[in-house]
Design a protein around this ligand. Structure first.
Ligand SMILES: *Cc1c(COP(=O)(O)O)cnc(C)c1O
Length: 373
């Protein structure tokens, strides 16, 4: 029996042709070749942003964004506790202190109502994460940031094409950060992008991501830079993926709608939502066990694995991390909603090319497993 994976990149003839063309032209690095600039322009325009700066990963995008905003030691950054830990790592790389924020139990995104009480004179930025493809409720976040002069970074690694009140994520705050890892909405293998509408920030990110070479004398560096360049080979893949991004998102939405239809009547399953302000791209179809199934995640996941269905647990929240340098004032129980979801949630296969029969099989096995708990 072949296992149905949680994610599947969709790679075809165009990806192959582009990568070979870059290879044959000898344009393989992060300095040379036409695909890089094209990918940056196309992706930024698609996000409704005036600038796109390609980088080597989503983590690199988050780090260079914070560096460009001059977030450093002594500064505090508000971050949702439930995220890929890369969001927190970026803050640590800059020597700043991340302050975890609890979530809304329906969207699983940070709860904007919990931000203000965490603001101190040291707070420099808010990093929002559009988790699993659902956009954060940005208006209250932006209003608060405005009142306290805070930068807003969007971690869009899971949300390419998600919309907040009709606007695509990536240009809603100061800087948007995307990932093109193999399981993301589109992929370049490894890769990332910063998007912004701020000319000065764009220039700074572009300099910092490439060793901050000097503009007059190349080797008189203008700052301590990073080598976070994406290669032209990766950008070649990215250009091919851009041709199908809208279709991939449409397919993911259809997969989610089918899961919704099949799973909707089960009180033991909390399904993903799509708020009135949101266009959800359903990066992963994430469910939370409830009622008598609440404490039985391991059992349910084991049953699905035995039926050839790969699933993955929810991220472990920052407050529950045992090996990270959490500030002394951060307690394990500070974000109880995220802790509860993280113990009961997991995601189902969510690839855009799942067949109808596969979705039906997964839903049936899930309902059977839940009923047996
Ligand atoms: C994947 C992901 C990242 C990291 O991106 P990489 O390209 O793997 O470095 C950061 N934040 C979130 C929310 C992610 O899902």
């Amino acid at each position: 029996m072949k296992t149905i994976p949680v994610a599947q990149p969709v790679l075809g003839e165009e990806e192959r042709a582009n990568v070979l063309a870059a290879l044959e032209a000898g344009a393989i690095s992060g300095f040379f070749g036409d695909y890089l600039g094209r990918f940056e322009r196309e992706f930024a325009a698609w996000c409704g942003c005036s600038h796109g700066i390609a980088v080597s990963s989503g983590t690199a995008a988050l780090h260079v964004a914070l560096a460009a905003l001059e977030v450093g030691p002594g500064d505090e950054v508000l971050v949702p506790t439930l995220t890929n830990m890369a969001t927190f790592f970026a803050v640590h790389y800059q020597g700043a202190t991340p302050v975890p924020i609890d979530i809304e139990t329906d969207t699983l995104n940070l709860d904007p109502a919990l931000l203000e009480e965490k603001i101190t004179p040291r707070t420099k930025a808010i990093m929002v994460v559009h988790l699993f493809g659902h956009p954060v409720d940005m208006d209250p976040v932006l209003a608060l940031a405005d009142r306290h002069s805070l930068a807003v970074i969007e971690d869009c690694a899971e949300a390419h094409g998600a919309e907040y009140r009709g606007n695509r994520v990536g240009g809603l705050g100061s800087i948007g950060c995307f990932s093109f890892y193999a399981n993301k909405i589109i992929t370049t293998g490894e890769g990332g992008m910063c998007t912004t509408n701020d000319d000065a920030l764009a220039e700074k990110i572009r300099t910092l991501k490439s060793l901050a070479f000097g503009s007059e004398n190349k080797f008189m560096h203008s700052a301590v830079g990073f080598n976070y360049r994406m290669t032209n080979l990766q950008a070649a893949l990215g250009c091919a993926q851009m041709a199908k991004i809208s279709q991939l998102i449409q397919l993911k939405r259809e997969v989610a709608q089918e899961y919704n239809r099949l799973l909707t009547d089960c009180p033991e399953l909390q399904l993903p939502v799509e708020k009135g302000y949101a266009h959800n791209v359903y990066w992963m179809y994430h469910v939370v066990l409830a009622g008598h199934a609440a404490g039985r995640r391991a059992e349910v996941m084991a049953k699905l694995a035995a039926a050839g269905i790969e699933t993955r647990e929810t991220f472990i929240p920052y407050n529950l991390q045992q090996h990270l340098p959490l500030a002394a004032h951060i307690g394990r129980e500070d974000c109880p909603r995220a802790n509860a979801v993280a113990q009961r949630g997991f995601y189902l296969p969510s690839g855009p090319v799942l067949a109808q029969e596969q979705i039906a099989h997964i839903a049936e096995q899930l309902l059977t497993a839940v009923a047996a708990t």
